[in-house]
Design a protein around this ligand. Structure first.
Ligand code: SF4
Ligand code: SF4
Ligand code: FES
Length: 231
């Protein structure tokens, strides 16, 4: 199978370049990550992240033929050759397909991605009705792969100011949680020309999410709640 892969080692290379590979696959290789491991076997200088190989850890997100996705859940039958692989767009490259995720996680942590509830803890756990629990479906499954935020033009232009789709999905996950007591503070924090309102509903985020989540819908719900509390 033919590959064209972005290479850049800042300690050795003056600038990035694309390197061609032609590797023999095993009949059992089904996913792009299997093929990348074959490439690594012929050139161990190639660097990429991976861990679970099941679409759970989010570490092997990359740009595959122009579209962000996870190598481990991308079927080799579904991609055209030569397969062009680049690092996730818009983040600094550490080496080859490995990007520096600091800015992405900084935005994620900025929305306080944990339950805030200062009432005395019950003996066992804070319960929810099945209906309230259902409200969190489609919000809690995010694996923080960054495919969405790095496909979002608003995040490319303002990564230090716009929370981005992954962070905003997480923000709504807690706003929608019947056990959370910090909803007003969460909304105040997002009521800002950049943090939330830089989303222009381009929907690249929805298009690339490997878990089928819908950050645009979550962003729309936050905006609705803000409008309603203003009237
Ligand atoms: S819908 Fe909003 S968050 Fe999603 S890609 Fe577009 S601008 Fe970014
Ligand atoms: S919303 Fe989807 S694309 Fe974005 S970080 Fe979470 S799992 Fe990845
Ligand atoms: S290796 Fe964990 S999501 Fe792909």
């Amino acid at each position: 199978m033919k590959f064209r892969i972005y290479r850049y080692d800042p300690e050795k290379d003056a600038k990035p370049y694309l390197q061609d590979y032609d590797v023999a696959l095993d009949p059992h290789d089904r996913m792009l990550l299997d093929a990348l491991i074959r490439v690594k076997a012929v050139d161990d200088t190639l660097s990429f992240r991976r861990s679970c190989r099941e679409g759970v850890c989010g570490s092997d997100a990359m740009n595959i033929n122009g579209r962000n996705g996870l190598a481990c859940v991308t079927n080799l039958n579904d991609i055209k050759e030569p397969v062009e692989l680049r690092p996730l767009p818009g983040l600094p490259v550490i080496r080859d397909l490995i990007v520096d995720m600091s800015q992405f996680f900084k935005q994620y942590h900025s929305i306080k991605p944990y339950l805030v509830n200062d009432s005395p803890a019950p003996e066992k756990e804070r319960l929810q009705s099945p209906e309230d629990r259902e409200e969190l479906d489609g919000l809690y499954e995010c694996i923080l792969c960054a495919c969405c935020s790095t496909a979002c033009p608003s995040f490319w232009w303002n990564p230090d100011k716009f929370v981005g789709p992954a962070g905003l999905l997480a923000a709504y996950r807690f706003i929608a949680d019947s056990r959370d007591q910090a909803i007003a503070a969460r909304l105040d924090d997002l009521e800002d020309p950049y943090r939330l309102f830089r989303c222009h509903t381009i929907m690249n985020c929805v298009d690339v999410c490997p878990k089928g989540l819908n950050p645009t819908m979550a962003i729309g719900r936050i905006k609705d709640i803000m409008v309603k509390r203003a009237v």
